[in-house]
Ligand binder design. Structure first.
Ligand SMILES: Cc1cc2nc3c(=O)[nH]c(=O)nc-3n(C[C@H](O)[C@H](O)[C@H](O)COP(=O)(O)OP(=O)(O)OC[C@H]3O[C@@H](n4cnc5c(N)ncnc54)[C@H](O)[C@@H]3O)c2cc1C
Length: 242
């Protein structure tokens, strides 16, 4: 989201009253040096959260950043987000500083990528910023007795986080200059039976914009229909404001 003047942000928030929820940070946990899981508590009875729900936080006077829920517990009235510490933007600094006891406002947005309950196979593609979303989708798949697969482009130091969150998908090293190339190579190495199995699968693509673009093009070339693909770019190198 681009920068906006503070007065406009303040006015907007007054109009968005029913979408804004005061929250307390009740837990923070470092999954490793670069991924931080944060649990928020609030009165979410009117929030109507669905899996994949996107939310916004005002990270300073002029800027908001989007993040995605990884969990909603209606009984405890808590929700959780997995934040990637990219080491660059003001959002990163804001996440680094988040600590138990902080009081914030959470703005509820849409769920542009939604779990397709009637598909039996679910395929996840993304990066560090997608881990929260796919952790939730993976748990739904297991509960529904459905299957999930996937490939994430990650920095090597983050591979172990998939075990930490018990997300049973693979990872390849991300490459700044060749978006999605290693993931596409991984797909090419798959047994033809896998492609047969994925004929009715839903493919979810999130994370780096250029990786999504390349991976989508590849899927289309392999005969995956547009109806089977849901995608949402989260960020791109050199572009501020996710
Ligand atoms: C709908 C939506 C849902 C999202 N959900 C999540 C989520 O659940 N968890 C999460 O961690 N992020 C999520 N993101 C991504 C996050 O909003 C962006 O990464 C955002 O740019 C971070 O803000 P920042 O202030 O740290 O960096 P910015 O000020 O936006 O950017 C500063 C610099 O950092 C670079 N940069 C930004 N993100 C990355 C990255 N991941 N890797 C390398 N360089 C980067 C930018 O290209 C830019 O050059 C989501 C984004 C969207 C649009």
């Amino acid at each position: 989201m681009p920068k906006i003047p503070a007065w406009l942000a303040d006015t907007m928030e007054r109009f968005l009253g029913d979408k804004i929820f005061p929250v307390d940070v009740v837990q923070t946990r470092m999954l490793n040096d670069h991924l931080k899981s944060v649990t928020f508590k609030g009165d979410f009875s009117e929030a109507n959260f669905v899996p994949g729900n996107e939310v916004l936080f005002r990270i300073n006077r002029n800027e908001y950043r989007h993040y995605t829920l990884t969990e909603f517990d209606a009984e405890r009235q808590t929700c959780k987000i997995v934040f990637y510490l990219n080491g660059k933007g003001p959002g990163n600094q804001w996440v680094l500083n988040l600590k138990r006891g902080d009081q914030l406002k959470l703005l509820v947005d849409q769920a542009k990528v939604q779990y397709k309950t009637d598909a039996n196979q679910h395929f996840f593609f993304g990066d560090e910023t997608s881990i929260g979303l796919y952790d939730w989708f993976g748990r739904i798949a297991l509960n529904n007795d459905q299957e999930y697969f996937g490939i994430l482009e990650l920095k090597e130091e983050n591979f172990s986080v998939l075990d930490e969150v018990k997300l049973r998908i693979d990872a390849v090293i991300s490459d700044l200059t060749a978006p999605a190339r290693n993931a596409i190579q991984w797909m090419e190495n798959m047994h033809p039976k896998c492609w047969e199995m994925w004929e009715g699968a839903t493919f979810y693509l999130t994370g780096r914009a250029k990786s999504i673009q390349s991976f989508k093009k590849y899927l289309r070339e392999r005969g995956v229909s547009p109806k089977q693909i849901q995608s949402m770019p989260y960020w791109e190198y050199g572009r501020a404001g996710g």
